[in-house]
Design a protein around this ligand. Structure first.
Ligand code: 5GP
Length: 254
């Protein structure tokens, strides 16, 4: 009986993942990483997870299935951009990405047990929700439910794919540092220089998103790398994104 329950727990995410793949077509993934200095350096501030202060390196935010048919002047990932799509034979106005494809498919820690320590180092939560200082797995579970269930990947495959992508570039902070772009309290860097450094090192043009520090200055917040549907191959980002950046942006220390 116990064995049967374990087998069901192991198979459930695989079966559910396959169902989501049939239900949703998407064109590419955004692999999104956040600079912790810019998450923390706003009026809202940040909290560290139960594992302590993360390394001064970009952390994973998520791996997001996305449609390529959105209106080009997409104003950031949460803009109300929408497209006409045929879903299930009907024309529907909907977002630029599918989300919450299977609410019954909850993240099971057991399914990703071998990845947990690597995830903790590379995908830390900085949110102060519920008082902060909580486990990062709540962030992973949220990302899985909202985006992962639409990815066509199973739970293990989804998180392993994100870690593989992160490992591949050897760390965006290192790539930027090699191009002379280092965290600084007062330096401002050309946005084109940041994009160019990442494109040169990875072979694919990313999109960039900024937020504002407590004084209202724009700073590099998130890097969006575009990935083919296989979850592995980096591609040039097909949609331009204004991303709320100015021509020169800050990259605050963390
Ligand atoms: P998404 O941008 O994927 O739609 O939503 C991100 C959600 O994850 C938000 O509800 C946010 O509060 C939560 N969250 C938890 N930890 C983090 C974090 O470190 N960074 C960001 N951006 N969101 C986080």
């Amino acid at each position: 009986m116990k064995l049967a329950m374990i087998a069901v727990a192991l198979l459930l995410p695989l079966v559910a993942g396959a169902a989501a793949a049939d239900a949703d077509e998407f064109d590419f993934f955004y692999f999104v990483q956040q600079w912790p200095g810019s998450f923390c350096d706003t009026q809202r501030g940040c909290c560290f997870p139960d594992t302590g202060k993360p390394e001064p390196e970009f952390g994973i935010h998520g791996l997001w299935p996305n449609y390529a048919k959105c209106r080009p002047a997409n104003d950031g990932p949460d803009a109300a951009a929408s497209i006409d799509m045929v879903v299930g034979g009907h024309h529907r106005r909907q977002k630029c990405w599918p989300e919450y494809c299977d609410d019954s498919n909850q993240l099971l820690p057991f399914a990703i047990r071998d990845l947990i320590s690597e995830l903790a180092g590379n995908w830390p939560t900085l949110s102060c929700k519920n008082g902060g200082g909580g486990p990062s797995i709540e962030f992973w579970a949220y990302e899985w439910k909202k985006h992962g269930t639409c990815s066509g990947l199973g739970q293990h495959g989804y998180f392993a794919a994100a870690l593989d992508l992160k490992r591949r570039d050897g760390g965006l902070a290192g790539i930027l540092a090699a191009a002379g772009i280092v965290p600084s309290e007062d330096e401002r860097y050309l946005l084109s220089g940041i994009r160019g450094a990442i494109a040169n090192a990875t072979g694919a043009i990313p999109n960039l998103e900024c937020n504002r520090d407590a004084f209202g200055e724009t700073q590099l917040y998130q890097v969006y790398q575009c990935v083919a549907r296989d979850g592995k191959t980096l591609i040039d980002c097909p949609l331009p994104m204004s991303g709320r950046c100015s021509d020169r942006v800050k990259m605050p220390p963390f």
